[in-house]
Write a protein that binds this ligand. Structure first.
Ligand SMILES: *Cc1c(COP(=O)(O)O)cnc(C)c1O
Length: 405
């Protein structure tokens, strides 16, 4: 039985796995201690749970427990990594390199630093959404202290060549941060083989609770130092003060463990569902384009532009399916997505795009319903579109001289 609305917005957040909730529950009530209380068993029990969670997330990414700084989520982790490096290494230089398609938590952090005298290079991306490694290499100067390039993109699912980026950074003696929020738990990520020095992640993007996440901070070859952004009791080895969110950390750990155990099957299943959706849409609808690389892509992401259809009208037409459009996802105004624009998409195609984010709890029936519904609504909207009609009659729209009004 289908249940509505169907949730296909798993890049925005994921439903918490019931097994995660079950693991968390005792830490709200009977085991309510403060993990920093050293003098009694309430504190010891909480600390033990935190250390278990820390180990579980460390294991998922090939790190050690001591390299995990627990935070409130990926936004905070990105802030801590970028501002923390900029402040700590200010003597060495003031230049940061990032990419145009990063999450706002990275871009706006960089903008803030520009106001404080940092110089930031925003690398462009190709039509496939990938950064160019030669451009990266050329952008690095002796003033560069950090390269921050995300692992998997939250809109178009593009997986960057993280290992190669890390290798270039290592060769040049520059620290490498990656926003791993969309990749960790979904595809194999190893901070060791991927040459990562700092990596942000978040529990609620991997079937865990909201409001908890972390930052991987490398401890050797090289040992990364950071200036804390939150001062206080000196928790988390001084990197991030504040009483630990014990139930949240238990949930983060459990979510990491479940992702690790099921990863191979989940990758196969998500890509199967994604390809089923993609194949149906592309075979039934013309003037339909996939945004971002098809090969270097998260298995659960599909981002498609339906030319001659307004994204907002399409969203309204499929309002029993929860997805995001390329115009609504970054702001309340109808700005076309800056990520799609960075790929070179025109405003029209950016406005007509839909992001489908497939997750652990989606079913075959949901995918089939979605494909059929989208096909039906796109056809209906195009029947009403004079532009689409002209194109079908063979008119070259680029040659049409529109009357001014
Ligand atoms: C969701 C997301 C974030 C923000 O994570 P929060 O834990 O919600 O702060 C950062 N980066 C990417 C790529 C994301 O998808």
């Amino acid at each position: 039985m289908l249940q509505f609305p169907i949730y296909l917005d798993n890049h925005a957040t994921t439903r918490m796995d019931p097994r995660v909730l079950e693991a968390m529950l005792p830490y709200f009530t009977e085991n309510f201690g403060n993990a920093a209380s050293r003098n009694h068993s309430f504190g010891w029990v909480a600390e033990e749970a935190v250390e278990k969670g820390r180990k579980q997330i460390a294991d998922l990414i090939g790190a050690t427990s001591k390299e995990i700084v627990l935070t409130s989520g990926a936004t905070e982790s990105n802030n801590l990594a970028i501002k923390g490096v900029a402040e700590m290494y200010a003597q060495k230089g003031n230049h940061i390199i990032t990419a145009a398609t990063e999450h706002k938590a990275v871009l706006d952090t960089c903008k803030r630093l520009e106001k404080h005298g940092c110089r930031v290079t925003y690398l462009p991306v190709g039509q496939d959404g990938l950064v160019d490694l030669d451009q990266l290499r050329e952008a690095i100067t002796d003033k560069t202290v950090l390269v921050s390039i995300m692992y998997g993109n939250n809109e178009i699912g593009t997986i960057q060549p993280v290992r190669e980026i890390g290798a270039i950074c290592r060769e040049k003696g520059v620290l490498f941060h990656t926003d791993g929020t969309q990749a960790v738990g979904k595809i194999p990520v190893s901070v060791l083989t991927d040459n990562i020095d700092l990596m942000s992640f978040s529990a609620h993007k991997m079937y865990g609770p909201k409001g908890v996440g972390g930052l991987y901070v490398r401890r050797k070859n090289p040992r990364v130092q950071l200036t804390a952004q939150m001062d206080g009791g000196g928790h988390e080895r001084g990197f991030r003060s504040g009483t630990l969110n014990v139930p949240g950390i238990v949930g983060l750990g459990k979510a990491a463990e479940l992702c690790s155990l099921g990863m191979t099957q989940e990758i196969a299943r998500a890509s199967e569902l994604r390809d089923r959706l993609k194949d149906k849409l592309l075979s039934e609808l013309d003037e339909t384009y996939i945004n971002g690389s098809v090969d270097h892509r998260l298995p659960h992401n599909l981002n498609i532009s339906f030319a001659y259809v307004e994204g907002e009208s399409l969203l309204m037409g499929i309002n029993d399916i929860a997805v995001s459009s390329g115009s609504a996802c970054t702001s309340a105004t109808l700005e076309p997505s800056y990520v799609l624009k960075a790929l070179g998409a025109g405003d029209d195609l950016a406005h007509s795009s839909i992001r489908f984010g497939i997750g652990r709890f989606n079913t075959d029936e949901e995918i089939d319903y979605t494909a059929n519904k989208v096909i039906e609504v796109v056809r209906k909207l195009r029947d009403l579109s004079p532009l689409y009609e002209m194109v079908k009659e063979g008119v070259d729209l680029s040659k049409v001289e529109w009357a001014a009004h």
